[in-house]
Design a protein around this ligand. Structure first.
Ligand code: SF4
Ligand code: SF3
Length: 519
């Protein structure tokens, strides 16, 4: 096996040998490579033939399946490959070959780096397109780009051609995140700020993890009036802000902290856990009878909820486990007992005039976007320390699961505006971008001229497509950590540093001083 698609890759060069750091076994990694090779074959066929909505769907499903911490199950990966081969024969003229990913891993380092940026970006974007599709939204331009880019990965291309495609991946991902934003807000309303308790109330409950709001809604419907409470986990937390989800009285609070702590947090839990997307870690025996998967998430021998979305097995397990006998207080990573969310674009921009005034009065000195993925690396304490050190006249926007490093801290408020404003899931980077663009317009300047710094953390491939979107938008001076991607070659890094001043995170105090002194 060879895999270097995520931040925790071995030695920051690549996982090989018998298994990856994430627990993905060598045969699974190889099957995932074959799946991508088959998708490239399907893209070739589709570009030469006539793809159907089913072809589009298979492309999304296949790519999403290979995201880190999504699917550990050889059986479902091979099933998906068989479906892809069948579809290839149906849409394409004659037999078009699949691609062997070994050729990509063995390519010259700049070509390998640029193609990896495109491929990993496509995987992240496929997840977003998949969620939007579950809510009935698709975008033909986004679909067409998957075919174009996959075909390019399997073709001879110059570095310049690939670089153009890297930025186009960022451009199309912006459209894709907009599509998902429209799908989520169209179905569930514009998020409103909410305080979310971390205490688990007594009685039966279900924990729901991942990004898929549609799955959560279906589970809320199926558990209504059954005496079962629902708690979000990880990236599902922002669901509490959506009026059409928030209205369910049994959507009670949030369970646990960052995804990387799940093996200890799930160990004794008297309730089932449903994974709708990443990040699923190898499941320990002590709680394996309580973990359920759905959509593209799969793990050998766990019960999978199929496309009929009949959650009866999860509901029965919740009733059987019974929950805690008394209310069970839990805390965040810094000891706090509640967290906030729901400050998406509409909620923040409803205060736009006040925010602009506070900046002009010198009461808000700087904005930080501390966003991205969480993970196990001890150096990720950078983000907690950074947030703690930010001066009281600064605002922090957060998004994605990296927020668990700081979202239970009480950092106070500025004239009634909380200093930490959570925009939502990683895909709500779209909301943060809209906020930044609106502020730039209000101040009559470019986004790079705003007193705004992006301090990003990355782990899996959704972070890759978001970074590409930010680069496509021309955003400069981004801090990125806790390590730089292993798939960025020295030449590509040199380009990113020269062109965008992309900066690796260092020491939080030094970085913060540098940022504030640059103003
Ligand atoms: Fe290694 Fe990450 Fe690939 Fe898992 S997903 S095998 S940890 S690089
Ligand atoms: Fe987190 Fe896994 Fe990336 Fe949507 S849930 S951000 S790491």
């Amino acid at each position: 096996m060879f895999c270097f698609q995520c931040q925790q890759t071995a030695h920051n060069t690549g996982c090989d040998g018998k298994a990856g750091v994430c627990g993905k076994k060598a045969d699974t990694a190889n099957y995932q490579d074959e799946l991508i090779g088959a998708l490239i074959g399907l893209a070739r066929a589709a570009r030469a033939g006539t793809p159907t909505p089913h072809t589009d769907e298979l492309i999304l499903k296949g790519l999403f399946t290979t995201i880190t911490n999504v699917n550990f199950n050889n059986e479902t990966i091979l099933q998906c490959k068989t479906e892809i081969e069948k579809e290839k024969a149906a849409v394409g003229p004659g037999q078009l070959d699949d691609y062997d990913l070994a050729a990509l891993w063995a390519a010259g380092e700049d070509v390998r780096s640029l193609k990896s940026l495109i491929l990993f970006g496509l995987k992240g974007m496929a997840a977003y397109a998949y969620h939007a599709r579950a809510l009935g939204r698709t975008d033909p331009a986004v679909n067409a780009f998957f075919y174009e880019a996959l075909e390019a990965i399997g073709a001879e291309k110059t570095p310049d051609e690939l670089l153009a495609l890297v930025l186009k991946t960022g451009e199309v991902n912006l459209a894709c995140m907009a599509l998902l934003d429209a799908a989520n807000t169209g179905a569930y309303g514009d998020p409103v700020p909410v305080t979310v308790p971390l205490t688990i109330e007594k009685g039966p409950f279900i924990v729901v993890s991942g990004h898929d709001l549609h799955d959560l809604k279906l589970l809320l419907d199926q558990t209504a009036g059954r005496g079962i409470n629902i708690y979000t986990h990880s990236e599902m937390l922002p669901a509490h802000g959506y009026p059409e989800l928030k209205k369910y009285p049994h959507l009670k609070g949030n369970f646990g902290t960052g995804w990387q702590n799940q093996q200890s947090e799930f160990h004794n839990i008297p309730a089932p856990i449903l994974f709708t997307t990443n990040c699923l870690m190898p499941v320990r025996q002590s709680y394996s009878d309580r973990v359920f998967t759905t959509s593209v998430v799969s793990y050998p021998e766990l019960t999978h909820i199929g496309d009929d979305k009949d959650f009866t097995p999860v509901i029965e397990k919740a009733l059987e486990c019974g929950g805690y006998p008394e209310d069970h207080p839990m805390t965040g990573m810094n000891g706090g007992s509640t967290v906030m969310t729901g400050f998406a674009r509409n909620a923040v921009l409803s205060h736009a005039e006040q925010i602009v005034w506070l900046v002009r009065e010198g009461k808000i000195r700087h904005f930080f976007l501390i966003g991205g993925c969480d993970g196990a690396a001890p150096t990720r304490s950078y983000y907690t320390d950074f947030a703690r050190m930010t001066p009281p006249d600064t605002l922090i926007l957060t998004l994605a699961c990296g927020k668990y490093r700081l979202n239970d801290m009480d950092l106070g408020s500025i004239e009634g505006i909380p200093r930490v404003l959570d925009c939502g899931q990683c895909n709500d980077a779209y909301s943060a971008i809209r906020i930044a663009l609106a502020l730039a317009e209000a101040f009559g300047c470019g986004v790079n001229d705003l007193p705004l710094t992006l301090v990003l953390s990355w782990y899996e491939q959704k972070a890759v497509c978001i970074l590409l979107t930010l680069l496509y938008l021309g955003l400069r001076n981004i801090y990125l950590g806790p390590t730089l991607p292993a798939f960025v070659s020295p030449n590509v890094l040199d380009f990113l540093v020269k062109q965008y001043n992309l900066t690796p995170t260092g020491d939080p105090k030094t970085d913060l001083e540098k940022i504030l002194n640059r103003q």
